[in-house]
Ligand binder design. Structure first.
Ligand SMILES: C[S@@+](CC[C@H](N)C(=O)[O-])C[C@H]1O[C@@H](n2cnc3c(N)ncnc32)[C@H](O)[C@@H]1O
Length: 439
């Protein structure tokens, strides 16, 4: 109970900061035990995955509208309600009492009484709760599935309602995780033995070598396997981009939007640590994470540079990876916060930035070399449309089929691109192409 109380109050603080300035900073919970930290992540991600629906229910039972509540009160109620509706194992009375105590302590007895009244009334009607019934269909779907209306509109138009519902359900479900072995530190055979010995269940992927689907990354953290550089956490679909860059030992490779660096590490591994891998990013904090990973993973051929990749002071490379900044609509189950942060204007800004980055990337590929463009978005304007614009401008690049590299089920456009969709492929949504500079 003590553990849950601490995790609850840290989660409320993190949600509060997110509401105030849009940052999701789990470091506030760093002082907690690993089990409590994991619980904080579960609370925060799950509440963000259900936020519109929780707010709808609170509004149905409260005389003060959620939009008019103090941010702290709002988040105390969201957490209490989330526990009532979705968490088995915690008795309802304990969830309500805890929420009331936190409200009383931080906001005074009147707020405590309000929280008590709202949550108790909801508990009383728990088997007969109202359903969103707005006339506006987009608002209804957005509230039911807790996504912003602009995403709902786009996806319903693109996929139809049934498919869009499945996509949003996948975004609201606990995601699958993959770890990839780091061959610079160990061998796949030994890594599997180590997981067996630690009683960690896994399923080896038949899509890419060295990737293992796992229930949770917690045991890898607890046993220091990430810190020791034995393996890294990377979604299987995030592994497609380094795969199609196909970096070889001794080559010169640029990773021009590289931080925090999981794809750089995989490429350094594919190069056997031989040759040169220049990892560039504009963000110094993220580059620091990359530098630490390069050390932990023994990726000694990575050279780190801070630069704006729209204007690079570099020569030509055998391969360039542009893992572009994007809306991240393919990773909303792992990053539930992104759906509330991203706007339609961000989509337009991303499209413009991606185009500028592609223009510069094209300048640094040697003849016969590869340019890989990838995103973790499912929006066509950031993906295939972006590549069509590029090909209209540059007649010295051609798309190369990907069937030698990747499973058929993830390929689109006659095998010239890959695109995963969370509810279809049961992994994150990623896109990518491999362009060859032909002249
Ligand atoms: C999708 S993330 C890269 C993830 C990374 N490839 C990995 O696998 O860990 C995009 C990155 O682009 C960087 N970025 C954004 N604008 C940039 C620019 N103009 N120049 C260089 N990097 C930029 C961001 O800081 C961010 O780290």
């Amino acid at each position: 109970m003590e553990t849950e109380a601490t995790a609850r109050s840290e989660s409320i603080d993190i949600l509060l900061t997110f509401d105030e300035d849009g940052t999701l900073d789990y470091s506030e919970a760093n002082h907690l035990e690993p089990r409590e930290r994991a619980q904080v992540r579960e609370y925060v991600q799950n509440i963000l995955r259900r936020r519109s629906y929780l707010d709808f229910i609170i509004n149905e039972f409260s005389s003060i509208k959620v939009e008019e509540m103090k941010p702290l009160l709002k988040n105390i109620l969201r957490l209490g309600l989330y526990e009532l509706l979705f968490m088995d194992g915690t008795p309802d009375y304990a969830s309500i009492n805890e929420a009331v105590e936190v409200a009383k302590y931080n906001l005074g007895s009147k707020s405590g009484d309000l929280v008590n009244a709202i949550l108790r009334n909801i508990q009383r009607d728990i088997n007969n709760l109202p359903k969103p019934a707005f006339k506006d269909r987009t608002k209804l779907i957005a509230t039911t599935f807790s996504h912003p209306e602009w995403m709902v509109k786009r996806w319903v138009k693109r996929y139809g309602e049934r498919e869009a519902f499945k996509l949003m359900q996948a975004n609201n479900t606990r995601p699958h995780y993959y770890v990839r072995v780091n061959n610079l530190r160990t061998k796949t055979k030994n890594f599997k033995l180590r997981m067996d010995k630690l009683d960690i269940p896994y399923k080896e992927s038949d899509w890419l070598p060295g990737y293992f689907k796992v229930d949770s990354v917690a045991p890898f953290i607890a046993k220091d396997l990430l810190k020791k550089g034995i393996c890294l956490v990377q979604d299987i679909a995030a592994g497609f981009a380094p795969t199609i860059v196909e970096p070889m030992p001794g080559e010169n490779i640029f990773d021009i939007c590289a931080a925090p660096g999981t794809k750089s590490i995989v490429m350094a591994d594919m190069m056997d640590g031989e040759g040169s891998l220049t990892a560039i990013d504009i963000n110094p904090d993220r580059l620091e994470l990359l530098a630490r990973s390069a050390m932990d993973y023994h990726a000694e051929n990575i050279k780190i540079r801070r630069a704006d990749a729209r204007d690079l002071d570099l020569r030509l490379a055998d391969g360039v990876l542009l893992d572009a900044p994007c809306t991240g609509t393919g990773v909303l189950s792992k990053r539930a916060d992104l759906r509330w942060k991203r706007t339609e204007k961000d989509l337009q800004d991303c499209i413009k930035l991606q185009e500028e980055l592609l223009d510069e990337a094209a300048n640094h590929v040697k003849r016969g070399g590869r340019l890989v463009y990838s995103t973790c978005s499912i929006e066509p304007e950031e993906n295939w449309d972006q590549i069509q614009k590029f090909l209209d401008k540059y007649d010295n690049f051609e798309l190369e089929p990907l069937d030698d590299f990747l499973p058929e089920s993830v390929l689109i456009e006659d095998g010239l691109a890959y695109q995963t969709i969370p509810h279809v492929h049961h992994c994150d949504g990623h896109f990518g192409v491999r362009l060859i500079r032909v002249k």
